[in-house]
Design a protein. Structure first.
Length: 56
């Protein structure tokens, strides 16, 4: 994420915070969920394609 300094990141271990998986409907790992203006903008699961972030 060093290439994207304007994107704030956070990491949550769904094994330790089980409620987050249900809240985000994340049933596989890893999951990257990008929000913009309070709405989900991009969701990538298992294989995260960084090139999609470059196109935003």
């Amino acid at each position: 994420m060093k290439d994207f300094p304007k994107i704030e990141t956070g990491v949550v271990n769904a094994g330790k915070v089980e409620e987050i998986a249900g809240f985000l409907m994340a049933f596989t790992v890893p999951v990257l969920v990008l929000y913009a203006d309070g709405r989900e903008y991009l969701r990538e699961a298992r294989i995260v394609q960084v090139e999609k972030l470059r196109r935003i």
